[in-house]
Design a protein around this ligand. Structure first.
Ligand code: NAI
Length: 332
């Protein structure tokens, strides 16, 4: 029997990469039934809701969401739907694996980093106030509960997948109370995992070290904002945002999306790279226990990247999304 999942099509390149990924999932025999919803700005203009009630209801039933990017207006307008989804369903663990692919040439080789980004608090809690006409405050919130669970997940992951080290990233030299607490909790929890090396580093140093010697990093855990910034940096090490997938896990709910946004600069041009979203879909298949299907898709993608004739411009090719999709399907 087919299992049902919820799919959000999003804005910008969202619909294009969603169509590509669903075609590949079907061709790979994933055995999924899709409950597909348009969400975002266009949906708001058409029907008055950014995310229709039926879309929430679907996710609350299927508990698995494949979500393509949604545009968020800068400096004004509605708050980020991504942040809202993560908070509403307490999707606290944002897991972002950045691994070099031999077929995609970058100045950095053998990068294999998994970033655990806390997904529900920090400056993303949205606690902002105008104090007077020339002063605005944004409050950074770090709690023991949210820090403990993301740090524990990072160590559990390291154990399960045979990784050797977890690095805690912080700015506790300046934010002594908030980041200081995150760092203290990290070392408390690390004592329960003596097999795994535990280290901490200050975020600005990490940014430099990730560029100078990214191979030293293995699993990394950090509060929300540093995770947001450093995972884009990590995508740059492996060939760009078109290659960085993610899962957002909470208790009972799971959402899978590419790390990149809606890429309005290339929307509608048929050149978006669906790989990050496709690998997110593979993480979803693995979460659902469909290991063979995920492995088949990963192998087909590796072949297409390796052959290099059907890759998109962001990673040095000249093919369109449709050519790439057809090439992956033909290798399945
Ligand atoms: P972006 O990630 O959309 O694009 C940054 C650059 O990477 C652009 O040059 C874009 O063309 C390129 N790029 C991204 N994904 C690509 C792909 N699959 N294939 C080829 N090239 C790709 O970031 P930007 O421009 O800062 O944000 C655009 C919108 O997306 C904003 O409204 C932002 O809030 C939203 N956003 C949404 C996210 C989500 O829904 N999870 C995450 C990040 C941003």
């Amino acid at each position: 029997m087919s299992e049902r999942i919820t799919v959000f099509k999003g804005d910008g390149i969202g619909p294009e990469i969603t169509d590509a990924v669903l075609q590949i999932l079907d061709a790979a025999g994933a055995g999924l039934k899709y409950e597909i919803y348009n969400v975002g700005e266009a949906e708001y203009e058409a029907n008055g809701a950014l995310i229709p009630d039926a879309a929430f209801a679907s996710f609350e039933t299927t508990r698995v969401l494949l979500k393509s990017p949604i545009t968020t207006p800068v400096g004004k307008g509605f708050r980020s739907l991504n942040v809202m989804m993560r908070k509403k369903y307490d999707l606290y663990a944002n897991i972002r694996p950045a691994k070099s692919n031999a077929a995609v040439k970058t100045p950095f080789e053998n990068v294999d980093i998994v970033i655990f980004r806390e997904n529900t608090e920090d400056l993303y809690a949205g606690v902002e106030e105008i104090v007077d006409k020339d002063t605005a405050h944004s409050i950074k919130i770090i709690t023991r509960k949210c820090s403990e669970r993301i740090i524990r997940d990072a160590f559990d992951y390291a154990m399960r997948y045979g990784r050797r080290k977890v690095t805690c990233v912080h700015k506790a030299n300046i934010m002594k109370l908030s980041d200081g607490m995150f760092r203290d909790i990290f070392y408390e929890i690390s004592r329960k995992y003596p097999q795994i090396e535990a280290e901490d580093k200050i975020v600005d140093n990490v940014a430099m070290q990730m560029v100078m010697r990214p191979q030293q990093f293995d699993v990394m855990v950090m509060p929300n904002l540093y995770g947001d910034i450093l995972s884009d940096l990590a995508s740059g090490l492996i060939g760009g945002l078109g290659l960085l997938p993610s899962s957002n896990l909470g208790s009972g709910y799971a959402m899978f999306e590419a790390v990149h946004g809606s890429a309005p600069d290339i929307a509608g041009k048929g050149i978006a790279n669906p790989t990050a979203f496709l690998w997110s879909a593979c993480m979803m298949l693995e979460y659902m226990g469909k290991m063979d299907c995920a492995a088949r898709i990963r192998k087909a993608v590796d072949q297409v990247l390796g052959e290099g004739s059907a890759i998109t411009p962001d990673i040095g090719g000249s093919a369109g999304t449709a050519d790439y999709t057809a090439a992956v399907i033909s290798r399945l």
